[in-house]
Design a protein around this ligand. Structure first.
Ligand code: FES
Ligand SMILES: [Fe+2]
Length: 453
């Protein structure tokens, strides 16, 4: 059947129209060619800081990282740093990570647990609620200097589906109005029952949008990640555009790409996917095309046996990736077993650098026969019990980020793309409809920059 952009591809054509799996109506963002400056110009970076980053909701972390009163985490974006903490009253609050005395960053590490925050410069102390508790040698201050009892500056903070969002704009609308996804979309995956089993931050020599763009489409898979072709149907991907720049693509896994000439053979890739789902591939005698649905059945059975509740997930969700775009800078790869929460964060001063901040979340299960699948890429011996929060692994720019074969391929390519887009010869991207999520994201970004949002 010929491709029609207004219809696109559906992964399950019989999905009920009111279900979260159903294809949603096409949003027409036009065909205009946007200029390339957005990917490298300093004025763009400044405008994004003033009009986007300081005004929109941003994912600061996950609730499981601040599970108990006193737990805190820090979140850095551009030139700012924030502390997110759970107070003694069991509320999650966020503050600028700045001491009101002389400006020192109050917390210098990624996370921990403390009864109060003590500044490392002159030991002023602040409660978990941000209130001033102690000024060292207070009698040496003239009273009017500290009469206002300086406290930590709070920032808006709300949670949804186990995810913590902050917003630097005191006048911003509520988080619920910002989230463009249908009700229940994130909740069905129970991210609130997952915990972080790996966290990596690498610095890449490219603009943060060059990063988002590369992760928002599967069009490049055949060229950059050919090894995925026997287990990912990169062509028949369902792209859905939601309000406020949100989007998703359903990528069928355990299914061959339409680009592979041998559509019949149950080869190594499919055998591996069966094995990771707890099946014995040697006992499989069906066709390659039926592997995906066979795995879905096997996983549902295994879920029942091991006590994992998949009742809210449709069959497709047991194999496929629901790669979900949270405007402006996030993609969450949602899977029945866990999730990959990727944030593309701008460098404080260089428009041609960004931080790829990726957390692997795992939905635990007590049954010893249920293991983390190999495709989640955890190093041998990773503790997935949830008892110890892993440290963040960091790599500097130009260092191999050690993200696994597929993502390392992206990290090698993107700095090269970045060099090309800032050439005089490049006039801006020419997006096809497999790249409709990119246009949708940039269209929303432009609304912020034009102050329409
Ligand atoms: S800067 Fe924090 S106590 Fe002085
Ligand atoms: Fe890629």
């Amino acid at each position: 059947m010929a491709y029609k952009f207004s219809e696109g591809w559906s992964v399950n054509t019989s999905a009920p129209s009111d279900s979260l799996e159903a294809k949603v109506a096409y949003i027409d963002n036009g065909t205009e060619r946007l200029g390339p400056e957005r990917y490298y110009a300093r004025e763009w970076m400044e405008r994004e800081w003033e009009r986007l980053w300081t005004r929109t909701w941003l994912i600061a972390g996950v609730v499981s990282d601040v599970a108990e009163p006193g737990d805190y985490l820090t979140f850095d974006v551009g030139r700012e740093s924030f502390i997110v903490t759970r107070t003694d009253d069991d509320e999650i609050k966020a503050f600028y990570n700045v001491c009101p005395h002389r400006g020192n960053w109050l917390v210098h590490n990624d996370f921990g647990s403390l009864p109060r925050f003590t500044c490392s410069f002159h030991s002023w102390q602040f409660g978990l609620d941000g209130k001033l508790q102690h000024i060292t040698d207070e009698d040496t201050f003239r009273p009017e200097v500290i009469a206002h009892r300086p406290c930590l500056r709070a920032v808006r903070c709300e949670t949804r589906a186990g995810i913590i969002f902050i917003n630097m704009d005191d006048d911003a609308g509520p988080l619920d109005e910002f989230i463009g996804l249908p009700p229940g979309y994130l909740e069905q995956y129970h991210l609130d029952q997952m915990h972080v089993v790996r966290h990596q931050i690498s610095e890449w020599a490219a603009n943060w949008k060059t990063g988002v763009d590369a992760f928002y489409e599967t069009y490049h898979l055949h060229a950059v990640h050919p090894q995925t072709q026997t287990v990912m149907n990169d062509m028949n991907v369902q792209c859905d555009l939601y309000p406020n720049g949100f989007s998703r693509m359903i990528v069928p896994l355990a299914a061959k790409s339409g680009r592979v000439s041998d559509q019949e053979g149950v080869d190594e890739g499919l055998a591996y996917m069966m094995q990771e789902a707890g099946m014995d591939p040697n006992e499989y005698h069906g066709s390659a095309a039926e592997v995906r649905t066979t795995i879905q059945k096997a996983k549902r059975e295994r879920g029942k046996r091991c006590g994992i509740d998949y009742s809210e997930l449709v069959d497709g969700q047991l194999t496929d990736s629901w790669a979900t775009g949270i405007f402006p800078n996030v993609q969450i790869g949602l899977h029945a077993e866990g999730a990959f929460l990727m944030r593309f964060l701008p460098h404080p001063t260089d428009p041609e650098r960004f931080y790829y901040n990726t957390m692997t979340l795992w939905r635990p299960c007590d049954d010893p026969s249920y293991n983390v699948p190999g495709w989640m890429g955890l190093p041998e011996g990773t503790d997935v019990s949830g008892e110890a929060r892993p440290d963040i692994e960091r790599t500097a720019v130009h260092e191999p980020p050690n993200l696994g074969e597929v993502l390392d391929q992206d990290s090698e390519l993107l700095p090269v793309v970045q060099k090309g887009v800032r050439s005089k010869a490049f006039e801006g991207p020419l997006w096809g409809e497999q790249e409709q999520r990119l246009r949708h994201f940039h269209t929303e970004l432009d609304r912020y920059l034009a102050r329409e949002k």
